[in-house]
Design a protein around this ligand. Structure first.
Ligand SMILES: NC(=O)C1=CN([C@@H]2O[C@H](COP(=O)(O)OP(=O)(O)OC[C@H]3O[C@@H](n4cnc5c(N)ncnc54)[C@H](O)[C@@H]3O)[C@@H](O)[C@H]2O)C=CC1
Ligand SMILES: O=C(CO)COP(=O)(O)O
Length: 320
């Protein structure tokens, strides 16, 4: 919608004929954005071939579990000029690939960039002021993306560190679940602030182990997204955590949101990889114990910090 409001022709590929017809006739997507009239520059298409014909930029915004299968279908249909942008925040379990790595593998002859940051979709659709960070090797592509979706209400920053941007966006969903869970358990604002701070330490520790720049996690894709997702009941991951804290099972909690909550899948992948790489992540392990080992949430959260490292911050910036 941001691109369409800037006058660009936007084609939305949809599987539901009812939803496509609704958007074509009313410019409303009642299933996901019921109160946000969409730009008339958006055309809904059921036919993927039509949707990507002569396409300059392909925005991939499906859940991480679907990215590979969708891009495998669409890749052969793309013109050679098409550049790919991933909006998806997740990690592929089997390969431990980030979304940019999946896209690069499936569409090796196309430029790939990623976008992430504090971006609750409904607020962006309502035009509230937001910002995102884009990362990628093709600097022309980053500039084009800025031109396509920037506005007075939506600012785009750039960062060369694709790993840091993608790990920030994927890992923050785990901590949003914890934040919702402790809110439901009656822990206070101080506890949330401690969780957010220690989450940043864990995310940075892990991302740096995988080659990211620690300073990237101090930006929109790290602390920015962590703050909004851990602090807002609009976050589906926060909602899932809150429901779990109320005593619902994970399956019940996920179905209550009715939308995608990437944090459950990301938790499984990160817990396993952190153990394999010997990266201490007590918050990740604690949530894993609650969700997959059936440990009592209150006990786990109360004892959690006993196992954390004593340093407040680990990545001291050398004197500038
Ligand atoms: N909703 C938000 O506020 C934000 C979401 N994201 C990320 O965007 C990604 C997608 O999540 P949402 O759009 O929020 O989820 P959603 O559950 O709201 O919508 C997912 C969309 O993908 C479609 N879809 C699912 N599987 C598909 C498949 N195999 N083939 C074709 N279409 C398929 C669904 O029909 C639906 O339209 C996630 O990784 C999420 O973290 C990123 C920033 C903000
Ligand atoms: O990524 C998001 C905000 O930046 C959306 O968060 P949820 O997926 O938890 O709703």
């Amino acid at each position: 919608n941001l691109a369409a409001l800037n006058g660009h022709e936007v084609r939305l590929w949809m599987r539901s004929e009812r939803q496509a017809k609704e958007i074509q006739s009313t410019n409303i997507n009642s299933r996901y954005l019921p109160k946000c009239p969409l730009s008339e520059n958006i055309q809904a298409h059921l036919d993927l071939n039509q949707a990507v014909q002569d396409c300059d930029h392909l925005f991939v915004a499906v859940p991480s579990k679907s990215v590979r299968q969708v891009v495998e279908v669409v890749s052969p249909l793309l013109p050679s000029k098409t550049k790919l942008l991933s909006l998806t925040k997740g990690i592929e379990p089997e390969s431990f690939f980030l979304m940019s790595q999946v896209l690069q593998q499936v569409a090796p002859n196309h430029s790939v960039a990623v976008i992430s940051g504090p971006n609750l979709a409904k607020e962006i659709a309502k035009g509230t002021i937001s910002a995102s960070v884009v990362a990628g090797k093709d600097l022309a592509q980053l500039e084009e993306i800025k031109q396509i979706i920037s506005s007075d209400e939506f600012k785009i920053y750039t960062n060369p560190d694709i790993l840091g941007v993608e790990f920030g966006g994927a890992l923050k969903n785990i901590y949003a679940i914890i934040s919702g869970m402790i809110a439901a358990l009656g822990f206070g604002e101080n506890s949330r602030a401690m969780v957010v701070t220690r989450a940043l330490a864990e995310m940075t520790r892990f991302a740096v182990k995988l080659g990211a720049n620690p300073m990237t996690l101090m930006g929109l894709a790290g602390i920015g997204d962590l703050v909004v997702t851990c602090g807002s009941a609009q976050s589906r991951n926060y909602q899932v955590g809150f429901s779990i804290g109320q005593g619902h099972t994970v399956a019940q909690a996920v179905s209550l949101t009715g939308e995608t909550a990437e944090g459950i899948n990301t938790l499984k992948v990160i817990q396993e990889e952190a153990k394999h790489l010997n990266v201490p992540m007590p918050l990740v392990q604690g949530l894993y114990d609650v969700i997959f080992e059936g440990r009592d949430a209150e006990d786990v959260m109360s004892n959690l910090m006993a196992t954390d490292r004593p340093e407040d911050v680990e990545f001291m910036v050398e004197s500038l």
